[in-house]
Ligand binder design. Structure first.
Ligand code: ISL
Ligand code: CA
Length: 646
C-alpha cells in the first residue's frame, strides 16, 4: 500500500458491526424499564447486536472472549451479553458530547446561549455522529457559578428558556435517536433555593437540618466573635464556612458562599433528591452527570484537616458515601435504563471500583482526573506534559480497573482550558489542526465511554485574555480578591495562569461561522467574549471542508462505532517510555488496532517495537502516507496520528 487516498482509509472492511439508526442498546434484564418504547428498542437491538457481533468476529473467537468466571456465566444466563468479560450496555458504547448551554447557541440575541439554540443545532451533532448529549446545568439559578448553584431543580433557567423549550429540545434529541443526560448538582444548592431560605430563618426551622450548620469557635478578636468551626477552605478560595448573623452560626460551603452544602445525613434531603431525579427521568432524560458526587458524605464531627492532609481525598471518602449512592441506585437509577457518570474528584484509581463495580450498584462510570490534571503543581501552575507520565496513567487505568468496572475517556470539559492549547501545538494553523485531530483520535480510541467537549471537534483554542475584568469565572475572581489581595500572587501571574489553565477558556462562545459573534448571537454583547480566531476556526467552514477537524472527528466516531474492539477490547501500551510517540493497541478476538500518535511537532522516523508491523491503515490525520503495508519503520510527520488494523 503505497499511497492511500485519505477518504478511503475509513472505508470499513466488513461493514459496521453495529449499525445504529437508534441508540445501540442492550437491556440489562436486572433493570426494569418503565418506558415501553425503550423496552422494544432494547430487545430488538439486543438480538441484532449479539448476532451481528458473533458474525463479525466469528463465533469461536467470541466464545473465547468470554471469561469462565462464574459472575460472567451468571450474567450470561440473565440475558446480559458479555464481551471479553465486560457486560454490554448502550452507555459503554456511546460517544457523549458535552454542551455548556450558556456558550453553545443563543437564539434570541441576549448574548446567552439557550435551549432553543441547542435545538436548532441538533442536526450538526447528529451529523457528527454522537449518541448522547450531556447538558451542563439548565436549571433556575442566580448564576454565582453559572448554573452549578441551583435555585429550583424543577424549573428551567429563565435565560435558557421554558420547560416547553426543554421538552421540544428533548423531543428533537429523541427524534434523531440520540439521548440526553443532564447535570445533577446535589452536593449543594444555591443559597437562594427555598430550602436554604427557610433553613437560615431559625435554628428550629423544619429545613434547618437540610444544610450543615455549626457553632463557631469563640474568639473575641474574630469579626463576629467566632472563628469558623474548622479549618476547611473552599474550592473557590477562603474558608468553607460562612457566618450567618440571623442565627449566629456558620454554614458549610465547599464551593462558593452562595453554594451551601446539603446535609445528606438527613433522610428528607435524600428523598428530595430522589424525587427530583425521578421528575427528570420520567420526562425522558437518560441519566445524569453527577457533580462532585463523592462529597455528599461528610466525615462525622468534621475534624480539622491535619497538616499536609489532602482535603479533597478526605471529603470524597466519607463513611456513608456508598450507602447513599446505593440507596439512590435502589430507589431511582435501577428503575430506569439510564446511565450515571460521577465527577469523582478525590477518588483514586483503586477507589473506582467501589463506585462503578457492577456488584456495587452505584454508578455506571466516573470521571477520574489523573490524566487531565497531570503535571499540576497547584493553582494554575503545571509542568509541561511528559508523555511517558501520561501513558503510565492510562496503563494504570487498564490495570487497576477490572472487567466489572467501566472507565471514561475525556480530555476536556467546562472546567478546563482547551485541550488543543494545553497538549497540542497551536503555533501554526496546520499544526493546530493536526494536534486537534490527534487528540480526537486519542480520546476516541482509549478505554471507556468517550466524552467530547463542545468545540473540540473544531479545534477551538484558549482565548487571548489580557485583563482580570475579562474573566467571568468565580474561581478567577475569588483568587483575585484573596490571593492577589494578600500578595500571594501578582495580578500578572494570576492573569497568565488563568489564561493558560482557567475555566473561562472552555466557555467562550461556540464558533459557528464568520458572521457577527461567530454566529453564536445576533446581540451586541455576549456573556463571554468571542475568540477573535473565529474567522479561521468555525463550524461552517469545517462542515464544508472534507479535510477539516470536524470531518475527521466524524470519521473517527464512525470507525470507533464500526468495531467493538474500540469499546470492549483490551488496551496495551507498546512503547511506554518513548517521549514523543504514543503507541497502543485495542484488541478484541481477531480484531486488533494499532494507534500511533506523534505528540511532537517534529518529523520522526519511528521504528516499531520488535514484532510489531503496521499493516492496514484505517484512518490518519494526514492525507496520505508513503509507508508500505507491513512497514516496521514509519515516517511520522509532526503531530501525525494513524490507526492501523492488524
Ligand atoms: O474546576 C476546578 C478547578 O479549576 C475544580 O476544582 C472544580 O471546581 C471541581 O472539579 C468541581 O467541579 C464541579 O463542581 C463545581 C463547579 O464549579 C464545576 O463547574 C463543576 O464541574 C461546583 O458545583
Ligand atoms: Ca439567549
Amino acid at each position: 500500500m503505497a499511497w492511500i487516498p485519505w477518504h478511503s482509509v475509513v472505508s470499513l472492511e466488513t461493514g459496521p458491526i453495529c449499525q445504529r439508526t437508534a441508540p445501540c442498546a442492550v437491556a440489562d434484564s436486572s433493570k426494569g424499564h418503565p418506558r415501553p418504547y425503550h423496552t422494544a428498542v432494547l430487545t430488538f437491538f439486543k438480538l441484532a447486536l449479539s448476532a451481528a457481533f458473533a458474525t463479525a468476529i466469528g463465533a469461536s473467537s467470541y466464545a473465547q472472549s468470554l471469561e469462565p468466571a462464574t459472575a460472567d456465566a451468571r450474567r450470561a444466563s440473565q440475558g446480559v451479553t458479555v464481551i471479553n468479560g465486560y457486560s454490554q450496555h448502550w452507555w459503554k458504547e456511546a460517544v457523549v458530547y458535552q454542551i455548556y448551554p450558556r456558550s453553545f447557541q443563543d437564539s434570541n440575541g441576549d448574548g446567552i446561549g439557550d435551549l432553543n439554540g441547542i435545538t436548532s443545532r441538533l442536526d450538526y451533532l447528529k451529523n457528527l455522529g454522537v449518541d448522547v448529549i450531556w447538558l451542563s446545568p439548565h436549571f433556575d439559578s442566580p448564576n454565582a457559578d453559572n448554573g452549578y448553584d441551583i435555585r429550583d431543580y424543577r424549573k428551567v433557567m429563565t435565560e435558557f428558556g421554558t420547560m416547553g423549550d426543554f421538552d421540544r429540545m428533548l423531543a428533537g434529541i429523541k427524534k434523531r435517536h440520540m439521548r440526553l443526560i443532564i447535570d445533577l448538582v446535589v452536593n449543594h444548592t444555591s443559597d437562594e433555593h427555598k430550602w436554604f431560605e427557610e433553613s437560615r430563618k431559625s435554628r428550629t426551622n423544619p429545613y434547618r437540618d437540610y444544610y450543615i450548620w455549626r457553632d463557631g469557635k469563640p474568639n473575641p478578636n474574630a469579626p463576629n466573635g467566632f472563628d469558623p468551626p474548622n479549618n476547611y477552605n473552599s474550592f473557590f478560595s477562603g474558608s468553607a464556612w460562612q457566618w450567618d448573623e440571623t442565627t449566629r452560626q456558620f454554614y458549610l460551603h465547599l464551593f462558593a458562599v452562595k453554594q451551601p452544602d446539603l446535609n445528606w445525613e438527613n433522610p428528607k434531603v435524600r428523598q428530595e433528591v430522589y424525587s427530583l431525579m425521578r421528575f427528570w427521568l420520567d420526562k425522558g432524560v437518560d441519566g445524569f452527570r453527577m457533580d462532585v458526587i463523592p462529597l455528599i458524605s461528610k466525615t462525622p464531627g468534621l475534624p480539622d484537616l491535619t497538616p499536609g492532609q489532602d482535603a479533597v481525598k478526605l471529603w470524597a471518602n466519607g463513611p456513608r458515601r456508598d450507602e447513599f449512592l446505593q440507596e439512590m441506585n435502589r430507589e431511582v437509577l435501577s428503575k430506569y435504563d439510564d446511565m450515571s457518570v460521577g465527577e469523582a474528584i478525590g477518588i483514586d484509581l483503586p477507589g473506582t471500583h467501589s463506585l462503578v463495580g457492577e456488584d456495587r450498584h452505584e454508578l455506571s462510570q466516573i470521571f477520574n482526573f489523573d490524566a487531565t490534571r497531570i503535571g499540576s503543581i497547584g493553582g494554575y501552575i503545571y509542568r509541561p506534559l511528559h508523555l511517558p507520565e501520561l501513558k503510565a496513567v492510562y496503563t494504570a487505568h487498564a490495570t487497576i480497573l477490572g472487567k466489572q468496572d467501566w472507565d471514561t475517556s475525556f480530555l476536556g470539559n467546562h472546567d478546563m482550558s482547551r485541550v488543543v492549547s494545553r497538549w497540542g501545538d497551536t503555533s501554526t494553523p496546520e499544526l493546530r489542526a493536526m494536534s486537534a485531530k490527534l487528540l480526537q483520535t486519542m480520546v476516541l480510541t482509549l478505554r471507556g465511554t468517550a466524552y467530547l467537549y463542545q468545540g473540540d471537534e473544531l479545534g477551538m483554542t484558549n482565548y487571548p485574555w489580557t485583563k482580570i475584568s475579562e474573566f467571568n469565572d468565580i474561581e478567577v475572581q475569588n483568587r483575585f480578591k484573596t490571593e492577589v489581595a494578600q500578595g500571594k500572587l501578582t495580578e500578572q501571574q494570576l492573569i497568565s495562569g488563568a489564561a493558560a489553565y482557567g475555566r473561562d477558556n472552555a466557555r467562550t462562545p461556540m464558533q459557528w461561522d464568520i458572521t457577527k459573534n461567530a454566529g453564536f448571537s445576533t446581540g451586541n454583547h455576549t456573556w463571554e467574549p468571542v475568540n477573535p480566531n473565529y474567522l479561521q476556526i468555525n463550524a461552517a467552514d469545517q462542515v464544508k471542508d472534507p479535510d477539516s477537524i470536524y470531518h475527521y472527528t466524524q470519521k473517527m466516531i464512525a470507525l470507533r462505532r464500526s468495531d467493538l474492539a474500540f469499546i470492549y477490547g483490551d488496551y496495551q501500551d507498546l512503547d511506554p517510555k518513548h517521549e514523543q510517540v504514543f503507541l497502543y493497541t485495542r484488541s478484541l478476538g481477531a480484531s486488533s488496532y494499532l494507534v500511533i500518535l506523534n505528540f511532537s511537532s517534529q518529523p520522526i522516523d519511528y521504528t516499531l517495537p520488535q514484532g510489531i508491523q503496521a499493516k492496514n491503515l484505517k484512518l490518519g490525520n494526514y492525507r496520505d502516507s508513503s509507508d508500505l503495508a507491513g512497514a516496521t519503520t514509519l515516517h511520522l510527520r509532526p503531530r501525525e496520528a494513524r490507526i492501523y488494523k492488524n
